[in-house]
Design a protein around this ligand. Structure first.
Ligand code: KG4
Ligand code: ZN
Length: 360
């Protein structure tokens, strides 16, 4: 094995089938095949359909990644795979494929926590120094983590119900906008007046960094129904204003909770204080702007990995797997697929489990 191992990574914990080849901080190939078309008619990810699609596509993704990187399976030093948390059928498909590859080639196998993959991505993309603060916001996740090392995380808080991406998607559905809802709601919000509807800012009255988004969606539903009842329908203006009000509420809540998480993080006196944001919702311009100004106020560097590495992918799994391998981690054929796998076992459990599976 070379000093910096060439890692093959596999990811299949939700609705993206992915394979990647990564050596150190160099991404040689990253293949992601989405499944949105397979689930579109059902209004959410159907676990059985997802698992079957992963099982059918994983080996194709692996050969595509090898081809793109111009390497053979023989040249790979180790195989990293998402072993949880996520939809169990999908995680199993990945773990079984990885075990097959490891058994067939004799290469080491490394099981990776999907959340650790997201949390370590700013090291891959920006070489951030430990400890840094991470806000993970997607359709499946929402949590604040202090990242101390490849296997050392402190969770400062997270959602107790929906993830913000789910709230964007549900809002879009309630207003007849296309999926995924985030980009559609953001585009509408740009045309709307955020002050016309004053939506709640859930859990701001409670101390700490936990978040909640399900009440916000209910408030929006109520407002929509009230408008429909009084005017017989929604005008374009109404839709834009509802989106703007909703987005402002999500932005305010995330910004305030980030402020609190930053204060907790700074008590550790990090040498190079930084906040990294990742997950699909990190694409939201209003949110990014708000987070950037929280960082400016507190003297933190603000980073956001490029979107392709922010959303689910296998490069992050290969990278995290490489870091674990260098720490001496090796798994054998008893490696289990775990539907739940909190990064910080000392933190109180999160109760949220939404459309895209367990939140931790
Ligand atoms: O990380 P991701 O691709 O997949 C997982 O959820 O695992 O995140 C997708 C989520 C969707 O809920 C989508 O609506 C949301 O990210 N999203 C956005 C934006 N772009 C994507 N939310 C708000 N604003 C956006 N511009
Ligand atoms: Zn993810």
């Amino acid at each position: 094995m070379t000093a910096t191992p060439l890692m093959l990574g596999l990811e299949s914990s939700c609705d993206d089938t992915a394979a990647a080849l990564v050596r150190g901080r160099e991404v040689l190939a990253s293949v992601v095949v989405g499944q949105s078309g397979l689930h579109a008619a059902f209004g959410g990810v159907v676990p059985e359909i997802a698992a079957r699609a992963h099982a059918e596509r994983l080996d194709l993704c692996v050969s595509q990644a090898l081809q793109q990187a111009g390497v053979t399976l023989d040249e790979v030093d180790a195989i990293a795979v998402t072993a949880g948390p996520g939809l169990i059928g999908g995680v199993l498909s990945g773990v079984m494929t990885a075990k097959g590859l490891a058994a067939g080639t004799g290469k080491p196998l490394v099981g990776v926590n999907h959340l650790a993959g997201h949390a370590l991505t700013p090291r891959l993309t920006d070489d951030l120094a430990f400890p840094y603060l991470m806000l993970l916001v997607s359709g499946g996740h929402c949590q604040f983590l202090v990242v101390h090392g490849p296997e050392d995380f402190t969770r400062l808080g997270g959602t107790i119900d929906d993830a913000p991406g789910e709230a964007f998607d549900k809002t879009a559905r309630l207003l007849g906008l296309p999926q995924p809802g985030g980009p559609a709601v953001e585009a509408e919000a740009a045309q709307g007046d955020p002050a016309r509807f004053r939506f709640p800012r859930p859990l701001l009255d409670r101390p700490g960094c936990d978040l909640s988004f399900s009440g916000l969606k209910t408030a929006l539903l109520r407002e929509r129904d009230r408008l429909v009842a009084t005017q017989g329908g929604l005008f374009r203006r109404d839709r834009a204003d509802l989106c703007a009000g909703f987005q402002a509420a999500v932005r305010d809540v995330l910004a305030e909770k980030t402020r609190r998480a930053v204060a907790l993080y700074l008590t550790e006196a990090p040498a190079a204080p930084a906040l990294a944001v990742a997950g699909g919702v990190a694409a939201n311009g209003a949110l990014r702007e708000a987070l950037r100004s929280v960082c400016d106020e507190a003297g933190l560097r603000f980073t956001a990995p490029p979107l392709a590495l922010c959303t689910d992918n296998a490069a992050m799994i290969a990278y995290a797997g490489g870091a674990l391998l260098m720490n001496g981690t090796r798994h054998d054929m008893t490696l289990a697929a775990r539907p739940r796998w909190p990064l910080d076992s000392a933190a109180a459990p999160l109760i949220g489990s939404g459309r895209k599976g367990a939140k931790a």
